[in-house]
Design a protein. Structure first.
Lengths: 274, 343
């Protein structure tokens, strides 16, 4: 890298250090100091509470399911979008981004209208003579809501990954006798794995930190890490307790990033194009 | 050309007027920021007329504002703070607010007894009150609800919403559940047991009153304990609803106004508090359903009264909780709620 290039990254680095790295480090350090001394007490409290354990497991479980869900639903759709004409592509991408542009509270309330006891789905069930079921305030509702919310974060990097594949790669593979399955596994997958990694990381991180959607669709009865954090910061004014939750969330997303990269990395192996 | 001239005129006008207004003295008040247009009309504007002092606001929820006060406690910029009960007690314990010299307030004696010193040591004065009752659908529930115990009734299973523990009325809910089933604030075990038992039949534990309003609207919820200030928006749904003051009593919540320790411009702070408690301001705010008055001499029409915590019968039914005690047990109760009632 030429020396002048360092000056180009300087402004962004300064902003990140001042607004992100510094406060985050202060936060992290402060979580070890309570009542005047160095202590792991706040972390021990968190680890030993069964409510925190449940919240932690639920958060990781929901984030994993939603991430997998966006891959399964988003991957084929992203492929299809990258194959249609430009006009359709613009329209479809605009539709994907729409949920991100709606106010989160309004978006979540529209889920109440769909999933509610007298909502769309239950009305349909009762008209065809079935019993209405409880959809709202379940883990299922939280998953559906988050899936809808974070689908764009998975699809956008995937669409651009598919778009970057040269047009003649697939015909070339075909002409060399590759079957459809082989083309998918050995050509398309390795070439889009980067988009997949970015998407999965964004979705997982988003799920771990989301607050409004799980709070309204799951109800405050189903504790998540973000709910615990909110309780501690806004009601109990227990900043060290809240910091512990924030640090746990941060480490969880960091760990998830490593795992996602490892898991998807094997797809990137030289079995592909080389 | 015309447009440009107009623009120059407007710019000059703005410069002159902002120059003028900034010659007034200023006092900073920390408050929520709900109904700010009405607050400005009834408090801010009348205050500047009367005292030639501008009010600057620091707005936000209780927790955020209290945190800002903590951070600035060595050198406060804000003179007056308005807080909900537990947060006011917390501010008092941390020495963030100082005793008020009530002899400096000409409107003090006009207040109800319970509004005069709700925190103790004259650390705060109650400027508004709201009760905690139960609202239910009269078309769907045949047998009227009269007590907290009724929320456990068979015919309400799966149709009740309760407030989340972190809401203003969260701890009061535990107290009232305990009281209804033979315990009290000091003996909340039975309340926790009963709430845990009910938990599966609760639609959801609501976090905001706006959330509860849509739950009623969607037909998800038929009955819920509600703070009085949400009653107006519930009535706006045009559903057949009734407000019940439960036979165990309605918990009264009193929001208080206090002076920050070491506050700048203390004289204006006293002027502000006295103004807030004046008959004129209290009745204007009552009329527009911003705050229920804490003076007995405010007259409003029946329709307005319905949406306020107002009137002799309503007042005589109010019970006040010991927030000093509740703040002590708050974190234990929240942990316990997480363990026993949440899932």
């Amino acid at each position: 890298m030429p020396r002048w290039a360092w000056f180009l990254i300087l402004p962004a680095t300064i902003v990140l250090v001042l607004a992100f790295v510094l406060p985050l480090s202060l936060l992290f350090v402060s979580s070890f100091f309570a009542e005047g001394g160095f202590t792991f007490a706040a972390y021990a409290d968190f680890a030993s509470s069964s409510a925190s354990q449940r919240a932690y497991l639920r958060t990781v479980r929901i984030a994993s399911i939603v991430t997998l869900g966006t891959i399964v639903l988003g991957y084929p759709a992203a492929y299809a979008i990258s194959r249609v004409t430009m006009r359709w592509r613009v329209l479809l991408i605009a539709l994907i981004i729409l949920p991100l542009m709606t106010n989160p509270v309004a978006r979540t309330f529209s889920w109440l209208v769909i999933l509610g006891r007298t909502g769309l789905i239950n009305n349909l069930l009762t008209t065809i003579g079935l019993d209405s079921v409880r959809l709202l305030y379940t883990e299922g509702a939280m998953i559906v809501g988050l899936l809808h919310l974070f689908m764009p974060l998975m699809m956008l990097p995937l669409v651009s990954a598919f778009e970057n594949i040269p047009n003649d790669v697939v015909p070339a593979a075909q002409s060399l006798g590759a079957s459809q399955a082989q083309i998918f596994v050995r050509v398309l997958m390795p070439l889009t794995v980067e988009g997949l990694t970015i998407g999965a990381t964004l979705v997982f991180t988003g799920c771990v930190t989301a607050y409004v959607t799980p709070a309204i669709l799951g109800g405050s009865r189903r504790l998540m890490l973000s709910t615990l954090l909110h309780q501690r910061a806004s009601t109990m004014l227990d900043w060290s307790g809240a910091t512990v939750v924030a640090v746990v969330m941060f480490l969880t997303t960091l760990l998830a990033m490593v795992i996602i990269q490892r898991l998807l990395g094997f797809l990137h192996s030289p079995r592909g194009l080389t | 050309m015309h447009k440009l001239a107009k623009f120059v005129k407007l710019a000059c006008f703005l410069v002159v007027t902002t120059g003028l207004t900034s010659t007034f003295a200023q006092v900073a008040v920390s408050t929520w920021g709900f109904n700010m247009d009405l607050i400005n009309e009834h408090i801010t504007d009348t205050f500047v007329e009367q005292f030639e002092t501008e009010i600057l606001y620091d707005l936000g929820n209780n927790a955020d504002r209290l945190t800002r006060l903590q951070l600035r406690s060595d050198n406060p910029e804000i003179s007056v703070v308005e807080l909900a009960p537990t947060f006011a007690i917390r501010a008092m314990r941390e020495g963030l607010i100082e005793p008020i010299d009530t002899s400096r307030l000409s409107n003090y004696d006009a207040l109800y007894d319970w509004a005069q010193d709700p925190l103790g040591g004259n650390h705060g004065i109650g400027f508004t009150v709201y009760s905690y009752g139960i609202v239910y659908r009269t078309d769907l529930i045949d047998e009227p609800i009269t007590s907290w115990q009724d929320l456990w009734r068979e015919d309400l299973a799966g149709r009740v919403s309760l407030p989340n523990v972190t809401t203003t009325q969260g701890l009061a809910t535990i107290v009232m559940a305990s009281q209804a089933w033979g315990g009290d604030a000091e003996n909340p075990d039975v309340g926790f047991e009963k709430l845990a038992e009910l938990s599966d039949d609760v639609v959801t534990f609501y976090a905001r009153s706006s959330e509860l309003v849509s739950l009623f609207q969607q037909g998800e919820v038929w009955a819920a304990p509600v703070l009085r200030f949400a009653w107006g928006s519930l009535l706006d749904t045009d559903l057949p609803l009734a407000w019940v003051a439960p036979e165990e009593g309605s918990v009264g919540f009193v929001n208080t106004v206090s002076i920050i320790s070491g506050a700048p411009n203390v004289d204006s702070a006293y002027d502000y508090i006295n103004h807030r408690l004046s008959q004129e301001v209290q009745s204007r705010l009552a009329m527009d359903i911003v705050d229920s008055p804490t003076r007995a001499d405010i007259e409003v029409d029946a329709e307005t009264a319905e949406q306020l915590t107002y009137g002799d019968t309503e007042m005589s039914n109010l019970i006040f909780l010991d927030y000093d005690y509740l703040l002590d047990v708050e974190s234990d109760w929240i942990e316990r709620w997480n363990e026993e009632i949440a899932q």
